[in-house]
Ligand binder design. Sequence first.
Ligand code: DGL
Length: 355
Amino acid sequence: MLSRLFQRSLFVAVTCSAVFAQAADKLPNVVILATGGTIAGTGATSTTTVGYTAAKVGVDRLIEAVPELKQIANVSGEQTFQIASENMTNENWLTLAKRVNVLLKQSNVDGIVITHGTDTIEETAYFLNLTVKSRKPVVIVGSMRPSTAISADGPINLYNAVAVAGSADSVNRGVLVAMNDEILGARDVTKTNTMLANTFRSPELGDLGYIVSGKPKFYRATTRKHTADTEFDISKLDKLPAVDIAYGSANANTIAIDAFAAAGDEGIVYAGTGDGSLSTPVRARLTELRQKGFFILRSSRVGNGPTVRGGENDDDKTDFVVSDTLSPQKARILLMLALTRTHDTKKIQDMFYTY
Ligand code: DGL
């Protein structure tokens, strides 16, 4: 009798594990690359939502905290960095992009999720949008509340990011940011609030889609080149050209610009007022620097709308490049990568209308 019962329970166990194995076989393989940030942050109390410590919790604990991940993907984790994202560097980006490209070449990797501090998510997303050489999904995710807070948004954001990264619908859409049930494109996403959970927006140009009960639903697609279609190859680079950003305001002067030039920058992004307007002394100094071989990128501090060539400056005459709708921080990224390909300002300007 016992042996029959044992046989039966053994049969059930074997069948279930086979079904589970078969089910697991059907699930997408998603690799989580953890870099730090608030999603890995801890606060002194469960009500601490600012003034906590970012980049404390490791990738294994982030995955363990969301057991539901196992129902939607075969997940593995790597701790790429453990930093607050204001400390992200060009070298970090090169390391991350190279690791992503190695993993996505593997047939047993269907998508990648990157957990990241929200302060520079938009920049890392855009850098990867220009350097990942695959059409497989790469989804960047963070959180606005630390893991220790009541209603921490990290776990659901991580679950949603894995769902997006494992979905065939997410293929060839460029690098995506998945936060607060929204899917945003790397080129246009930006952090719009210092503390709210819905901080990530693509103002005026809009989200690409939503995540509804763990399923991505797309409504739009980017019109600009990205990932496998870009011309940039970072595989052999261990540093990027030095490009810094000067910020325009009333009473603008050239102290920051002079410091960047003295430090040996190759390019300077100027976040001008309005449509990338330059005060008289700033325009004169930037024009001089262009004549000395520095590359000048005219952008705007405004946040929406294109910085238009020939609008607030005779860019043909001064040989400046304009950022189109890219923010100063994203224009810096494209200018750095452009300078790894060419010093021809007409070709660089075309890149700002292409990516
Ligand atoms: N120190 C900020 C960062 O790592 C915290 C913000 C966050 O991750 O939400 O980006």
